[in-house]
Design a protein around this ligand. Structure first.
Ligand code: COI
Length: 407
């Protein structure tokens, strides 16, 4: 394929469609033309994607730091989300296209106070993690799933789609540059934070015409370090059908803070959200999806109402639970059913899942005055899930699901 003659692309970054048209009009040497004509459809689209990636990668300018900050930081027992690596990716959306893709030293953004995201919250993000295996090779856990979810959030918030080559290749190049920042000890990883926000300098309420897409990286330890006490919330709500609960919109997290603060005042770590109509069916727990092991079933709230984030760790947990022999049910689960199972002695385990949290054990659940306490030391399922996920991520167990994406 090295003989295919591709003209320089006039725009910095191109969408799939433009790339395909572009390739269609590119000047090819005769052999390449014959070869391309004879390709089957799948291979042709694979080739387009590859060429697209090459174009995008070639168009991401890199400016490296003169001196790495890594020397000043101890990567052992590092707190969650406090330190950031040397570099970041920044890309602009203007005039209907993505441009100015740059990897550069981590630095403040210069923004006008009128910038729309600050006023109306057109802002979305993702959480992804990279790990280093025993051979020192860096891998990202299921980044394509985060990429897809990112664009689902973008659509719901009336924001532009970020092309796969920018999201994936930008992430890969950035991590490659800062791979020495990936901590290697258990429960540590490099947390990857892709995000996008609206940038029009204007205080009228309408979708922006300008956006920024960035990726920053944070070497990180566990998010919740100890088993949690959870308060079942019946006054405030996180999500309603028809709302933005399924999107990773920044406002979902801001809106959760008041209720969480109230629960913290009375000694709880997080709230378990319930549905907006009846406060009867459980939804998410803090920033996590939630699972209940009841008898031989593993139950987690379903995604159909659009009130639950389709967690990548949630999906991985469902897969592993099925392999462990559980009947996994994704469906509405009422707090009354949970209490009945507790009274019957068959509510065995309750845990949260999330990129940041991984698998977090819940040692107490309180609904009104009814308190359910658990002896987490005796649990088998959640610790086994965590063990398997960690083993896959750190390369100690075969990645039979194709979850690890090599840098
Ligand atoms: C994640 O699990 O990645 C999250 O986004 C949760 C939180 C850190 C906001």
């Amino acid at each position: 394929m090295s003989r295919v003659w591709i003209k320089p692309v006039p725009h910095c970054l191109v969408s799939n469609q433009i790339a395909i048209c572009y390739i269609g009009s590119a000047k090819l040497c005769p052999e390449a033309e014959y070869y391309l004509n004879s390709l089957n459809r799948n291979y042709f689209s694979f080739l387009c994607r590859k060429i697209n990636d090459m174009i995008a990668a070639g168009d991401i300018n890199i400016t490296k730091v003169e001196r790495s900050k890594l020397k000043d930081i101890n990567l052992e027992n590092i707190p969650f989300g406090k330190y950031f690596t040397d570099h970041m990716l920044e890309v602009d959306y203007e005039d209907g296209e993505w441009k100015n893709a740059e990897i550069k030293p981590y630095q403040p953004l210069l923004l006008e106070p009128s910038v729309a995201a600050l006023h109306y919250g057109q802002a979305i993000f993702e959480g992804v993690k990279a790990y280093k295996n025993a051979n020192g090779e860096a891998h990202i856990f299921r980044p394509l799933d985060n990429f897809k979810r990112f664009n689902i959030s973008a659509e719901r918030m009336q924001m532009p789609q970020v092309p796969e080559e920018i999201f994936m290749e930008g992430m890969r190049m950035l991590i490659n540059l800062d791979k020495n920042w990936i901590p290697q000890q258990e429960d540590h990883s490099l947390y990857i934070r892709p995000f996008m926000f609206s940038c029009d300098e204007m205080i009228g309420v309408r979708p922006s015409e300008k956006y920024k897409f960035l990726i920053i990286l944070s070497p990180t330890g566990p998010y919740y370090s100890a088993p949690m006490r959870i308060y079942v919330e019946e006054k405030y709500v996180r999500a309603v059908p028809g709302g933005v609960g399924y999107a990773k919109a920044a406002g979902n997290y801001g809106a959760a803070m008041y209720a969480t603060a109230q629960a913290k005042k009375i000694g709880y770590d997080q709230v378990l959200w319930t549905d907006a109509y009846e406060h009867k069916y459980v939804q998410e727990c803090g920033t996590m999806n939630v699972f209940f092991i009841i008898g031989n079933m593993a139950i987690t709230p379903g995604l159909e109402a659009g009130t639950i984030l389709a967690g990548v760790t949630r999906d991985s947990t469902i897969t592993l639970l099925k392999e462990m022999g559980f009947n996994v049910e994704e469906r509405p689960l009422s707090i009354n059913d949970i209490i009945d199972a507790h009274k019957a002695g068959i509510l065995y385990e309750v845990f949260g899942t999330g990129t940041a949290a991984t698998i977090s054990l819940i040692k107490e659940l309180r609904y009104k005055d009814y308190v359910m306490e658990f002896d987490v030391e005796k649990w088998k399922t959640a610790p086994e899930l965590k063990r398997q996920l960690n083993a896959i991520r750190y390369g100690q167990q075969a990645d039979t699901h194709g979850w690890m994406h090599k840098i």
